[in-house]
Design a protein around this ligand. Structure first.
Ligand code: BTN
Length: 229
């Protein structure tokens, strides 16, 4: 079931307020307080992006792994419409060095909320004011039907949730579409900055980084590539 809203503070907040219904999708044309990961905001102008949240049964398993899995679900959805998308740990979707979609997961005791933002119609000029290099599907010349995109996303989110519940989500699905691996990277985590080489992603979804002081496993953070080998 899909609930369409004209305007809301945040579809994630709405998804936390409504009575629980597994699989329900809440989508809005506009958000007045769109939220990004790590306390950032998510620009949500009217009809410029897809702003959707999914209510799901809580996933008992590892949070980082779930976060990767839902990023992969968004990547898989977008890859139906064009080639060239890739993932950046933990769950951003990029194309040609620019972010096109992000995922914000919030867990309550009785529900998991998966919020997905995809830039659809922002123009190059509008995108130039974004705080990070960003793009949109139309700016990349990608053709899509908004309703079909939402249907596809809904299906992939539910399928991914089932994989997670059954313990069948394979981290390789993410890793093979994440070109960070093997690169020299910088990671910002809660005020700390760490540099090193991304070695891979372990079974729990942690990013394994070789640093000067040894091998570290990271469970959250903002990653950027320092050099392309
Ligand atoms: C990120 O990359 O920082 C995550 C962005 C998530 C944005 C979506 S838009 C729909 C849902 N509602 C929100 O307030 N945030 C998520």
């Amino acid at each position: 079931m899909v609930v369409h809203l004209e305007r809301v503070d945040s579809t994630n907040e709405e998804a936390k307020r409504v009575p629980f219904c597994h699989g329900l999708c809440i989508v809005a044309r506009e958000q007045t307080g769109g939220k990004g990961r790590r306390g950032k905001s998510w620009l949500s102008e009217r009809d410029k992006g897809l702003y959707a949240s999914f209510l799901l049964r809580p996933i008992e398993r590892n949070v980082t792994l779930s976060s990767l899995a839902f990023g992969w679900a968004v990547f898989k959805t977008l890859s139906n419409f064009s080639e060239g998308f890739y993932l950046k740990w933990p769950n951003d979707v990029y194309i040609k060095g620019r972010k096109v979609a992000g995922v914000l997961i919030e867990g309550l005791k009785e529900r998991t909320v998966v919020g997905v933002g995809i830039n659809l119609y922002y123009t190059r000029k509008e995108l130039s004011f974004f705080p990070v290099p960003a793009t949109s599907l139309t700016a990349e010349g990608i053709e899509f039907d908004r309703e079909e995109l939402l249907r596809e996303l809904h299906r992939n989110i539910l399928e991914t949730h089932s994989l997670l519940e059954e313990g069948k989500f394979r981290v390789e699905l993410f890793e093979e579409n994440c070109p960070l691996i093997g690169k020299s990277i910088k990671v910002e985590t809660d005020g700390n900055v760490l540099t090193g080489r991304a070695l891979g992603i372990d079974r729990e979804g942690a990013l394994v980084v070789e640093t000067e002081t040894g091998i570290k496993r990271l469970f959250s953070g903002d990653v950027s590539v320092r050099e392309v080998r």
